[in-house]
Design a protein around this ligand. Structure first.
Ligand SMILES: [Ca+2]
Length: 185
């Protein structure tokens, strides 16, 4: 009888250890050491920019030309399904982007503006989504990409165009500029 109990306990312990061993294995974490040297972020300049549509004279290139008097407008679709895609000739690490609505207060009000956005890059599997404030102050969005040659900003929702001055609001979504910061090394 005692022998049977001992055998049972030994067997139970063995089974327990097998299961526990499996659990331990699954719970084992791997630690990675990072030797990344911080690199000062600089402004990165896309080679090209394209958009889902644009109003004549408000080409997407206006977003990256460094000229405050030019801007991009979608083609009267009120921002529905609008997107902008920046392309780089060499892979870049992007730390953040800066979106700027129209500087001019009346024009800012009279156009549709980005509210919800979805940002994707061709080197990251994650999507970055969020909401901009309804303001024409510059707004920065953190990105942590590693080797991007293409970054796409999709408009998921908008702030409506409002009357300003004595003219009715427009049907276009407008954006003044997109600036990109990070490192190209
Ligand atoms: Ca511009």
């Amino acid at each position: 009888m005692l022998g049977a109990v001992v055998l049972f306990v030994a067997l139970a312990a063995l089974i327990f250890n097998v299961f526990r061993g499996g659990g331990e294995e699954a719970a084992t974490s791997t630690t990675t050491t990072s030797t990344t040297v911080p690199v000062a972020a600089v402004e990165l300049f896309p080679a090209t920019v394209e958009a889902s549509s644009f109003l004549n004279g408000h080409d997407p290139e206006n977003l990256i030309d460094g000229d405050a008097d030019t801007d991009w407008n979608d083609d009267g679709a009120r921002g529905v399904d609008a997107w902008v895609r920046l392309s780089f000739t060499q892979p870049v690490r992007i730390t953040e982007i800066e979106l700027q609505n129209l500087f001019d207060d009346d024009r800012f009000k009279k156009n549709y503006k980005i509210q919800g956005y979805l940002i994707t890059t061709n080197d990251l599997s994650i999507e970055i989504s969020g909401r901009l404030a309804n303001t024409n102050d510059p707004q920065r969005i953190p990105i942590a990409s590693i080797g991007t040659t293409e970054l796409t900003i999709e408009v998921k929702s908008t702030y409506p165009a409002e009357p300003a001055g004595d003219r009715p609001p427009f049907n276009e979504l407008a954006l003044q500029s997109v600036r990109v910061f990070g490192s190209d090394g």
